[in-house]
Design a protein around this ligand. Structure first.
Ligand code: 1CP
Length: 356
């Protein structure tokens, strides 16, 4: 039997806000906007709070998670909050030896490569992440009408860190395992899907209004290989989460050719990077999904006139979709001026305002 964690009824002012309405492809008073990696290194108040505290330690302290999640809401007036954590947090919570090294990213003590390693990936229990339940609960109270997005890494992207031992440009070891030992690959992804699904359902049970499944590196695969080796596992995560009724966003980078397959995996909203115009993306994912994206994060380093021009272009393109959530095509670059992010929120709201 499928294990489904329920959630409390959602207040109308929250359910009827622009972000959740756009997820359901309903009409909106303005296009909702939030930014991947809005909670983080571009903000001076974040850097100050994190001084002398490791990334993982900050993810395991509910008071810090709450404060860091709220910082970009206060500053930019975005339409949604993203929970401050990392895709590797649930792996560490089940006992995988792993650290997030500043300036590098996740680094695994003993990379995965054999069937014996599967034992290191037991299912995640809610009690493994009490700080997540606590922080989400506090946040939902503080945020009021602003929805909180929970998230997890998808099996392929998580597997890449475990097999490579850290960030990789080519994902060569990951693909070697996938092609060379398909049974082991599927067993690994099955374990990761179980963990990912449980991590999302902990956040939903505590009050998250939507979730995003990050398959950041899936774009390294052809569509055929994605369908064979990855889609069934991500589909299980999205199906288990879908049973709770919250909207599911499915995102990856460089996924132009994968958009239909990622949509079919079970997404309500498909995240799109800057390489694919939103109108094209929308025609690929079909009329039953909204799209999210897709300003190139590097555009924010240009002058205000250029930024405004690109914002308008993304809005015009997004208008072709049955639902559009404005975002960047990937995370905020650390060197971004936070004032520019605030300005983008204003521009999106101004240029998309329409009658109820
Ligand atoms: O604001 C937010 O978006 C919430 C916080 C958040 C999220 C959603 C963090 C904090 N990490 C993530 C998800 C995440 N982590 C992804 C998926 C999103 C994406 O594609 O960007 C990935 C791939 C990771 C893995 C990871 N963790 C990396 C990338 C390494 C690589 O392979 O290139 C890095 C640098 C981290 C560390 C990390 N996570 C988050 C922060 C603020 C940091 C930097 C911390 C530090 O350096 O001290």
């Amino acid at each position: 039997a499928r294990q489904v964690t329920g959630r409390a009824p959602v207040p109308a002012e929250l359910a009827d806000g622009p972000f959740l309405r756009a997820c359901r492809r309903e009409s909106v008073t303005h296009t909702p906007v939030w930014f991947m990696r809005q909670a983080g290194r571009s903000l001076p108040e974040y850097r100050k709070l994190r001084e002398g505290i490791g990334m993982l330690d900050s993810c395991r302290r509910a008071d810090l998670v709450t404060e860091i999640t709220l910082q970009p809401i206060r500053r930019h007036h975005v339409d949604a909050a993203i929970f401050f954590s990392d895709i590797v947090v649930p792996l560490i919570a089940v006992g995988v030896g792993l650290d997030i090294v500043a300036g590098v990213g996740p680094v695994v003590d003993e990379p995965f490569g054999s069937a014996a390693d599967l034992e290191r990936l037991r299912p995640l229990e809610p009690d493994d992440v009490p700080y997540v339940t606590e922080a989400v609960g506090t946040l939902v109270g503080e945020l009021g009408a602003t929805p909180l997005i929970g998230f997890a890494g998808a099996p392929f992207t998580l597997a890449s860190y475990l097999v490579e031992g850290g960030p990789s440009r080519t994902h060569a070891r990951t693909k070697a395992l996938m092609y060379g030992e398909p049974e082991l690959w599927h067993a690994l992804c099955d374990r990761l899907a179980t963990i990912s699904s449980a991590f999302l359902r902990v956040q939903i049970a505590a009050g998250a209004s939507a979730v995003q499944l990050f398959d950041s590196w899936a774009g390294a695969l052809s569509e055929a290989d994605y369908r064979t080796y990855v889609q069934p596992h991500s589909a299980r995560v999205l199906a288990e989460v879908g049973a709770t009724g919250v909207p599911r966003i499915h995102f990856g980078v460089g996924t132009a050719e994968l958009l239909p397959a990622m949509a079919e995996a079970g997404a309500d909203v498909v995240g799109v990077d800057w390489r694919t115009p939103l109108a094209t993306a929308s025609s690929r994912v079909g009329p039953d999904r909204a799209v999210q994206g897709n300003l190139d994060p590097a555009v924010l380093l240009a002058d205000e006139r250029v930024v405004a021009e690109h914002v308008r272009r993304v809005l015009a393109d997004g208008a072709a979709a049955p639902g559009h959530i404005f975002n960047l095509g990937h995370g905020v670059l650390p060197e971004t001026d936070p004032g520019v992010l605030t300005r983008v929120v204003e521009l999106v709201h101004e240029h998309s305002r329409r009658e109820g």
